[in-house]
Design a protein around this ligand. Structure first.
Ligand code: GLU
Length: 298
């Protein structure tokens, strides 16, 4: 009797990537770079690409921004393989993770005020006051953190530059660092591809994964798009919103920004993206922050 050897995990790609915008405004060139970079990498790896709307910070959100972002992604041909996940619907999961950190003694309640922590703003060691409404922080020992990034290479950070960081805010909302770690795990993300502005958050996230006994995904931080004054483009200041009605020029500019070969002049999105996936070159992604080509030439 012959034995048939089945290919391992057929139809179950192990690569799972994601784009995780906060709905603080319309997509701008910088977030398009993050969306496109994560999508390209997932497609080039034969994996899946997910979208997670990080709407856990109502004071910073803009009404209608989530729908607008999803519409723009669609217009750019960046369509997720699964229904988008909304963090606002997942507070119970973050609370459960917080409780685990409290139970294990990794987290502590802290009512220190901003002025208690001045001038550094960092919390290190014991609290300056007790009682009252406060935040939950993670206890961070003094050490050096490091991890390997697929574009940046080895990244090191002294934990003392971060201190005991907040994982649950005093206004009773989960902090970004906690929510992102819980969701990257629950969504089975194998590699986090995102903007270089989050490079210095990554050691905290890896530390949190260890405290929660979760697997650590791979990380790839893309170059950061800056404005003329050298500031990061941000959705909340509505820098350079991109035009969902005319996606091709921005798509080409984003590919160029990511160091990718110029795809042949296709008048349509789908073949342009197919060509970009076929030609995807991880080693061509530049490491440094830069001005988007649209701005540099404008
Ligand atoms: N929500 C974050 C942002 O829009 C990104 C978080 C992440 O990719 O980990 O900047």
């Amino acid at each position: 009797m012959s034995t048939q050897v089945l290919p391992a995990r057929e139809n179950q790609p192990t690569y799972r990537g994601r784009f995780a915008p906060s709905p603080t405004g319309p997509l701008h060139f910088g977030s398009l770079v993050a969306a496109l970079g994560s999508w390209l990498r997932a497609r080039a790896e034969g994996g899946r690409w997910l979208v997670r709307i990080e709407d856990i910070d109502p004071p910073r959100e803009r009404a209608g921004a989530s729908q607008q972002i999803l519409h723009t992604l669609h217009a750019f041909g960046l369509v997720a393989d699964e229904a988008p996940v909304y963090q606002s619907a997942r507070h119970a999961l973050y609370r459960e993770a917080l409780q685990r950190l409290i139970d294990s003694g990794a987290a502590f309640h802290c009512t220190c005020t901003r002025s208690d922590l001045a001038p550094s703003g960092l919390h290190r060691g014991s609290c300056k006051r007790t009682g009252g409404r406060g935040a939950w922080r993670l206890r961070v020992p003094d050490c050096q953190w490091q991890f390997q990034d697929a574009v940046v290479g080895r990244y090191q950070q002294e934990s003392s530059s971060v201190g005991d960081f907040v994982i649950w805010r005093a206004d009773d909302l989960p902090a970004y660092q906690l929510a992102v770690v819980v969701d990257d795990d629950l969504q089975g993300i194998s590699e986090v591809v995102r903007g270089g502005d989050l490079l210095d958050s990554t050691p905290r996230q890896i530390f949190l994964q260890q405290k929660l006994q979760l697997a650590t995904p791979d990380y790839l931080h893309l170059p950061l798009a800056l404005d003329r004054d050298g500031h990061k483009l941000s959705k909340s200041t509505a820098s350079l919103p991109i035009d969902a009605e005319d996606p091709l020029p921005a798509l080409r500019a984003a590919l160029r920004f990511l160091g990718q070969p110029d795809p042949p002049a296709h008048p349509r999105i789908a073949p342009l993206l197919d060509a970009a996936v076929a030609a995807f070159d991880l080693s061509a992604i530049p490491q440094l922050a830069a001005m988007p080509p649209a701005l540099a030439t404008g």
